[in-house]
Design a protein around this ligand. Structure first.
Ligand code: ADP
Ligand code: MG
Length: 251
């Protein structure tokens, strides 16, 4: 089974004031394995956020097919966690309360909810901040809390739009080996839109490079080596350079 399968996916936005359409995405064909970590990079305006919103079910496609684990995506679902740039945590709830939130709809006892939330916070490395509020945490820690909540929700896939794009380190800090291991264990997929190309190369199974006008997939790269040994690898630096060169040409 595939996590996502996209066939001829197109999205046009109409601009009634200007009496024209913007083709944000043109005929995207792509498939992603269950549990795969895919990053999407590309110039500003090439349709990255549009693509992510279509995967989440927040946006209606104009044409084509979007399947999530074989089922058409026709609206938001708890099976797909969307983590916005600012982490999406509720500021008036503590970290623990935020992580516990998705458990309230299930028929768990109070102590079961606590246990599950703590297990998720432990794995995300934020259990010691359980009583803190989001504003008391760094960017990377908030991202961890958002990931813990996604795990508590038992979603199939996590969709992240430029997590802490201003702080390249933060997304990697949040997505460390422990977190990646957890996702692998649960077979959870990740789609991360980022302009931190190096982060994408270090964390991903595949990197999708998009081009704009119209928004489309330009190439799909598979970083070599196991993730743990990529940090100082020349192959990764070379791939980084190649993506930067590509992006200069596709803007
Ligand atoms: P990216 O995330 O890669 O910067 P977006 O997906 O935000 O790109 O946008 C892709 C294109 O679609 C851009 O030309 C943008 O102006 C246009 N667009 C995005 N959202 C809307 C909208 N709600 N209405 C009209 N045009 C939009
Ligand atoms: Mg965007």
């Amino acid at each position: 089974m595939l996590e996502f399968e996209l066939q001829g996916l197109s999205k046009a936005y109409s601009l009634p004031q200007e009496q024209r359409c913007v083709v944000a995405l043109q005929r995207i064909d792509f498939s992603m394995e269950v549990g795969e970590f895919v990053s999407i990079v590309g110039p500003s305006g090439c349709g990255k956020s549009t693509l992510l919103r279509l995967l989440a079910g927040f946006e209606q496609k104009s044409d084509g097919v979007v399947l999530h684990r074989g089922m058409p995506v026709d609206g938001p679902s708890y099976r797909r966690s969307f983590i916005p740039q600012d982490s999406g945590l509720f500021p008036w709830l503590s970290i623990e309360e935020n992580v516990m939130l998705p458990l309230h709809v299930k028929s768990f006892s109070a102590s079961q909810k606590h246990q599950k939330a703590y297990a998720c916070m432990e794995r995300a490395g934020i259990a010691s901040f359980a009583k803190a509020y989001p504003w008391q945490l760094s960017g990377g820690m908030k991202q961890r809390a958002a990931l813990a909540r996604a795990v508590a929700m038992e979603s199939h896939v996590v969709l992240m739009d430029e997590p802490f794009s201003a702080l390249d380190e933060a997304s990697r800090e949040a997505m460390d080996e422990a977190m990646l291991g957890f996702f692998r264990e649960k077979n959870m997929g990740v789609v991360m839109v980022t302009h931190a190309i190096r982060e994408a190369l270090l964390l991903s199974d595949r990197v999708v490079v998009m081009a704009s006008q119209p928004g489309r997939i330009f190439s799909t790269l598979t970083p070599p080596l196991p993730k743990a040994s990529r940090h100082h690898a020349l192959e990764i630096s070379a791939m980084h350079e190649a993506i930067l060169e590509t992006l200069k040409g596709v803007v």
